[in-house]
Structures are given as structure tokens and as C-alpha cells.
Design a protein around this ligand. Structure first.
Ligand code: ADP
Ligand code: ASP
Ligand code: MG
Length: 482
């Protein structure tokens, strides 16, 4: 008999808890891994669309539109009730679930009423509202497990994960989280039950609800994996693992069987939504196995994330393995001859950006010492420019800086693959492919590792660029398997 591994964390995303069929798959998957692991933790996102709807409700409330709130409340109730009707046979259990979900819907309405009185939202209240989706889905999941005789217990992550009060993108205190999580979950494991934990949300040490940022349930799973010393973290989603490109943009994208932490880190950072960028670090640091797989195709092996490339997959190192993009970016340039060789210019420029709470997505290699170029999300560009203008008021007056300006909407397209930057010919192949399509490259930047190369291109070229670069990946893949 093979020995059971100890701990497995399985995270199910929005689509994976988004329908009766999906939740039935979760039950099957959970039941089947119980023979292999002693302790299993499920982490669930809100049902697909729910977080957006909650946040849209908060916005409507700020505009005084309470009609939308009542409609949203009805839709949220119907969505969960319909799923429950398809999943839970016992009338009593279904009624019990209803009594657990209804107070959360009432909380949504009363928080929105408070917002409409104030006429504005705060990050703190937005987190309380956004967290309601996960708080509903875990109740639904726990009731469904029960009706399938799988012993589970829903747990709100506010009892486990401790963060600072940086609402909407809170940072975990790992030590406090470890103590709290181990203490809270111990009796649940002891009773032989599977904790079903809300993804996305956490709480400050004082107990105020925070969230880890949009798409943050992956990060929740990674944090719990790390503090529980898990053997494995499996991210269950709606595609066959990490693919060579977003299959919504490139229909013939293929699953990448194996990727290194570094490669997948670059992919996630540069826009591949399949894994939240913060997921990687806690898992790597703790030496935990990480896998991305498909709830709708559980037999497919998906993608294994490994520490070091075995280079025996379908793709080889030194060539592009995947292409990804971040849309709605604008590139800001600060230019002027008076900047040449003056120490501290970049520090002041980025200090001004930081003062607007904007994070810089990419810094480009300047073609000369006379300019600094970087990209920020489009919606922040005007604010960033005005802050930089304030910071460099004197230099602008003295004409040491001539101009601070932003491009129109642009897209950062990034190719990822270990060693691509040091392999002769790769950059050449990329730029020739783009030249063939007459694409104008606004800027080029190299990632922090040797695994990524980013290009800023005009927004209307983006999908064409992604497909052209994807063609290179497919050609190379086929070349290897001739
Ligand atoms: P979940 O709700 O399961 O967290 P997400 O929508 O956050 O799912 O992420 C999965 C989606 O990520 C896929 O449906 C796919 O469209 C998108 N995606 C973007 N880039 C990639 C990629 N390189 N490989 C796989 N999926 C990708
Ligand atoms: N429900 C949250 C969101 O939509 C978190 C997640 O799905 O990972 O952003
Ligand atoms: Mg996600």
C-alpha cells in the first residue's frame, strides 16, 4: 500500500463553483483524492460573476441608485438558490442553507444603504461587500458536500488569514496567520472534516475584513498551503492548465505540461489571469508542489509548476514557451536634455508615481540618458503625469525637462521562456515576425529574470501581435516533434 501524503489544498475558481455541473465535479474530485491525502482543504471563489455584481452594486449605491441594489440582491439570491435546488435533495438542508445565505444578502443591502447615504464608498466597505460572494459560495459548497456524505465544514478566512489594513490588496502577516490557521483548523481535521475556506478575503488583527486583491483566491490557497506545510496546492480552473496563450484570444493555444516557478511568475505578472501573481512565492519558498488543472476535465494532467526545468517537456528551454498581454496601459515619457547625468531624477520620478498609489507595470530601457519611460494602467496616467509635473516644477520652468507625456492606450505583450534572453536568434525571430505584420514597437523591456521579454505595442495591434508570436511557439513545438 502506498503511504498517504499528508496535506492537499485545492482551490476552485469562479467558474468551478459557478454551476450545478461544476459543483458536482468538485464533489467527485474531492471524493476521489480523499484516498490519497490525510488532510484536504478546499478554498473557494465566489460563483462566477458574483464579485463583479457586488462591486457594481456598491458603485450604484454611491450614485444613489438603490433600485439596482434590490435587483442585484434578487439575482444573487436566485443564483445561489437555483444552484442549491440542483444540488441538495434534502428539503431541510436546503432550507438551512437558505437561512445561512439570507443574512449575507441583507448585509449587502444594508452596506449599500449606508453607502448611498454617504454618497461614496471607501476601500474598507468595498472589501466587506466584495467578501460576501465567497461567504455565500462556501456555504453552498459545504451543504452540497454534506448531501453527498462527504464531511465538510465551511470556514471564513477572517478566522485564519491575518493581514494589514491595506484594503483591496492586503498583505498577510504569515506568522500570525500560521498560528491562527493551525489552531482554528486543528479540531476540524481531528473530526475528519474537510474545511471549505473562503478564498479572497482575510481580516486585520482587529478582525476587520480585508481582501487580497481581485483574483486573490489563488493567493489564499498559496498562503494556506504555506502555513499548513502542505505537500500540494492544486488550482482548479476552467482550462487545461497554463497554456501557451490565453485560449480566449488564441483558440489553438496548447497546455504547457511543465513550467518553472520563474516562468509562471513572469506569465502571471504580465497578465495571464490563470494564476494570481502573488501565488507563486509562498509556495516556492515552502517547497510545495503546485499544479493547475481543469475542473471540467479532471483527467487532464494540466500544468505542473516545478522548481527547475527538466527540459523534457514538449518545449525546450531557450525558446518562447508562452505569450501573454496586459491591456489598457499608457506609456509615460519624461524627456529633456537637462536630465543627462543628473543623479536622483529617476528616484524623484518614481517617488511621484508612488505618491499616487499607482504601481509601475514596466520600465523601458531608455534609448538615451535623456528620457525615462514606463507604463502605468491607463486610468492612472493623467493623475501620474500631474504628480510628476508637480515634482519637477522647477526643472520644467528651467527647461531641463522639456516634456512629460503619455501615449494613447497601449498593450504590453510579453513572451516567456527560460533562457530566451541569452539565446541567440530568439529576439531576432520575434522582431522579424512583428516586422512582417508591420507592427510598430513602442518600447522594449526585459523582465527581472532571463525568462521574459516585453514589448509595448499600440492597442489595436495587440491580438494580432499575440497570434503572430504564438505562431512562433507552435512552429517551434512542431519542429521539435518532427
Ligand atoms: P478562476 O475563476 O478559475 O480563477 P480565471 O478566470 O481567474 O479563473 O483564470 C482562468 C482564465 O485565465 C482562463 O479561462 C483563460 O481565459 C485565462 N488565461 C489567460 N492566459 C492564460 C494562459 N496562458 N493559460 C491559461 N489560461 C489563461
Ligand atoms: N472572487 C474574487 C474575484 O472575482 C477572487 C477570485 O475569484 O479569485 O476577484
Ligand atoms: Mg482567478
Amino acid at each position: 500500500m502506498t503511504k498517504k501524503k499528508l496535506t492537499l489544498i485545492m482551490k476552485f475558481g469562479g467558474t468551478s463553483v459557478g454551476s450545478v455541473e461544476a459543483i458536482q465535479n468538485i464533489i467527485r474530485i474531492t471524493a476521489s483524492v480523499r484516498t490519497d491525502f490525510e488532510r484536504i482543504v478546499l478554498v473557494a471563489s465566489a460563483m462566477s460573476g458574483v464579485t463583479n455584481q457586488l462591486l457594481a452594486g456598491a458603485q450604484a449605491a454611491a450614485n444613489g441608485d438603490m433600485g439596482t441594489i434590490h435587483n442585484a440582491a434578487t439575482m444573487l439570491r436566485d443564483k445561489h438558490t437555483q444552484a442549491a435546488n440542483g444540488l441538495i435533495a434534502d428539503q431541510g438542508d436546503a432550507a438551512q442553507l437558505q437561512t445561512e445565505i439570507e443574512p449575507l444578502i441583507s448585509t449587502f443591502i444594508s452596506l449599500c444603504q449606508a453607502i448611498s447615504v454617504l454618497g461614496e464608498t471607501t476601500p474598507r466597505v468595498l472589501d466587506s461587500i466584495a467578501s460576501l460572494g465567497e461567504r455565500m459560495s462556501v456555504r453552498l459548497l459545504a451543504a452540497t458536500l454534506k448531501s453527498n456524505d462527504v464531511p465538510g465544514k465551511y470556514v471564513e478566512a477572517s478566522s485564519l488569514i491575518v493581514t494589514d489594513d491595506n484594503f483591496q490588496s492586503a498583505h498577510p502577516d504569515i506568522k500570525a496567520t500560521r498560528d491562527k490557521t493551525q489552531t482554528f483548523l486543528a479540531p476540524i481535521f481531528k473530526a475528519g472534516k474537510i474545511p471549505i475556506v473562503t478564498g479572497f478575503l482575510a481580516a486585520t488583527a482587529e478582525g476587520v475584513i480585508t481582501t487580497l486583491g481581485r483574483g486573490g483566491s489563488d493567493y489564499s490557497a498559496a498562503i494556506l498551503g504555506s502555513v499548513l506545510n502542505a505537500d500540494e496546492v492544486w488550482i482548479w480552473t476552467d482550462v487545461n492548465g497554463v497554456m501557451t496563450a490565453d485560449p480566449r484570444i488564441v483558440p489553438d493555444a496548447r497546455t504547457i505540461p511543465e513550467l518553472t516557478f520563474r516562468e509562471v511568475g513572469e506569465l502571471a505578472y504580465f497578465g495571464a489571469k490563470v494564476l494570481h501573481p502573488k501565488t507563486i512565492r509562498p509556495v516556492v519558498e515552502a517547497g510545495i508542489g503546485l499544479r493547475v488543472c481543469n475542473t471540467f476535465n479532471p483527467e487532464h494532467p494540466g500544468t505542473r509548476i516545478v522548481a527547475k526545468s527538466a527540459s523534457k517537456g514538449s518545449q525546450r528551454d531557450g525558446f518562447v514557451k508562452a505569450v501573454t498581454a496586459i491591456k489598457q496601459q499608457r506609456m509615460i515619457t519624461i524627456e529633456g536634455r537637462g536630465m543627462m547625468g543628473v543623479p536622483g531624477m529617476a528616484a524623484r520620478a518614481f517617488g511621484a508615481v508612488a505618491a499616487t498609489q499607482t504601481s509601475v507595470t514596466l520600465i523601458s530601457q531608455a534609448s538615451s540618458e535623456q528620457s525615462i519611460c514606463f507604463t502605468v494602467p491607463s486610468e492612472s496616467a493623467d493623475l501620474v503625469i500631474s504628480e510628476i509635473e508637480k515634482a519637477f516644477k522647477l526643472e520644467l520652468q528651467d527647461r531641463d525637462i522639456d516634456r512629460i507625456w503619455a501615449t494613447d492606450d497601449a498593450v504590453i505583450v510579453t513572451v516567456v521562456g527560460a533562457g530566451i534572453r541569452d539565446t541567440p536568434g530568439v529576439a531576432g525571430a520575434i522582431f522579424s515576425a512583428l516586422a512582417e505584420h508591420e507592427v510598430n514597437i513602442i518600447a522594449i523591456a526585459q523582465g527581472s529574470s532571463d525568462s521574459a521579454l516585453s514589448m509595448v505595442v499600440e492597442a489595436n495591434n495587440a491580438n494580432m501581435v499575440i497570434r503572430a508570436l504564438h505562431r512562433l511557439i507552435v512552429d517551434n513545438w512542431e519542429e521539435m516533434h518532427k
